[in-house]
Design a protein around this ligand. Structure first.
Ligand code: LLP
Length: 416
């Protein structure tokens, strides 16, 4: 499963895509996404485990369609994500909506849609119970275990803004009971890009234990966070080993509790991250003596991860011959901030203006975190389909269209 796009797709094909549709362009590989979904769906065979895809990782509707065809449901975190899934025809019961400072309007909208609502605060739970007596919902708790690839994506500790403190779970249960609301699910998510499988196993133990205090329970959702290796040579998360350790725990729980409860996980990155690259062209090569810069036609407005979390993405020059002499480069974006660096001190073949670079493992949290900063247009998105076609799944807007759309949205009067 450690294959990256660059191992699965011929470089000439990527170059042809860059040539035909221009850059910057995100390219995704359908087969890789399907394989990764299947790996998960088969991981716990024999146990009532289901998988939800965390829509925030990449919400392109064509990718959501593929993932839905592979029998995954969807984990959503905004009313907009709920609506997106519903408009794609996803049945409400396959949509799990973890609220985050939800408004009344969003709550009523989601309840109308019939999706599974997951509450992360007692106040919001109270207002739901008062307004929807006799219904059911899930609650998000803080297991006080936190593990993510960066402090900004650690979520399970007691001081996190997410979820209800573990010791307040009985209060949540009592509150729901008062209004004849069944708490059918408990949920936690310890962080994104988990570094120690042990932490996820401990979280599972904690939730299985907590489940014993909730008698109306139908499911336990252990969250997402499965990591992927970003650096070449980095070890992969030992998924099979994790699954066999988790399986023991789940089996014991089912035996002791008499069954009737199913389990959920909701990864995003693991499914789409390795299946995407961002293609960009070098438009400036600048030798400043101590530093050599490759200036590209993309930046942190299109791939925020390096600037926001100091994340590492491998960058491969797909135009240069592998045998070319090597140089050390800083790969820079075209955004007017000095922090707009996509890679520092990268050893790459000698690079020329016009060369095409592939930024690897950009399928998750790339396009969904892209913005129009510096008023720039967004990248295009291309899917390499199972049949080998190149399907445009988001076309690039021209500079003119981008500016016109902006002016239109502001309502600023511009003469036709
Ligand atoms: N479930 C919940 C409640 C979450 O908050 C998240 C991610 C996930 C599932 C999916 O996590 P995953 O399996 O993708 O790690 N922008 C950051 C990641 C932020 C993740 C936020 N929540 C990044 O680029 O690394």
């Amino acid at each position: 499963m450690s294959k990256k796009v660059i191992d699965s797709v011929d470089v000439d094909r990527l170059l042809a895509i860059a040539e035909k549709w221009g850059t910057p362009t995100y390219v995704y590989v359908e087969d890789m996404i399907r394989d990764r979904c299947r790996k998960l769906v088969n991981l716990f065979s024999g146990l009532p485990v289901s998988w939800l895809y965390a829509v925030k990782a990449n919400d392109n509707p064509f990718l959501l369609e593929i993932i839905s065809e592979e029998q995954l449901g969807f984990d959503t975190v905004s009313y907009e994500e709920v609506l997106l899934c519903r408009k794609l025809g996803v049945p409400a019961e396959n949509i799990f909506y973890t609220e985050n400072n939800m408004t009344d309007e969003e709550m009523h909208g989601a309840a109308r849609e019939g999706v599974v609502l997951n509450f992360g605060s007692l106040g919001r739970l109270r207002s739901y119970c008062e307004q929807y007596p006799g219904s059911s919902c899930s609650v998000r708790i803080k297991p006080d275990i936190s593990d993510g690839h960066h402090a900004k994506v650690d979520t399970g500790n007691e001081d996190s803004k997410f979820g209800i403190r573990m010791d307040l779970l009985p209060e949540a249960v009592a509150l729901a009971r008062q209004h004849d609301v069944s708490i059918t699910g408990i949920h936690a998510h310890i962080g994104s890009g988990i570094t120690e499988p042990e932490n996820l196993l401990n979280e599972i133990d904690i939730l299985l234990h907590a489940a014993k205090g909730v008698d109306s329970l139908k499911f336990i959702n252990f969250g997402g966070g499965l990591p992927i290796p970003y650096r070449s040579g980095e070890e992969e998360f030992a998924l099979d080993q994790f699954a066999s350790l988790a399986k023991e725990r789940l089996e014991t729980f089912l035996e002791e509790s008499g069954g009737g409860i199913s389990f959920l996980f909701e990864p995003g990155r693991w499914i789409v991250g390795p299946a995407g690259v961002l293609l960009t062209r070098v438009n400036t090569v600048k030798d400043q003596g101590r530093k050599k810069f490759l200036g590209t036609d993309t930046g942190f407005n299109h791939l925020l991860r390096p600037a926001l979390y100091d994340s590492w993405h491998e960058i491969v020059n797909i135009s240069a011959a592998k045998t070319a002499k090597e140089e050390k480069y800083n790969v820079a974006g075209n955004i007017c901030e000095s922090g707009d660096i996509l890679g520092t001190d990268r050893i790459m073949p000698e690079t020329r203006t016009g060369d095409c670079l592939a930024i690897l493992d950009a399928g998750a949290y790339g396009m969904t975190m892209a913005s129009h900063y510096n008023r720039r247009a967004l990248p295009a998105e291309i899917l390499i389909t199972t049949k080998g076609f190149h399907k445009v799944i988001r076309r690039r807007s021209s500079a003119d269209e981008t500016v016109d759309r902006f002016l239109k949205e502001t309502g600023y009067p511009v003469d036709a």
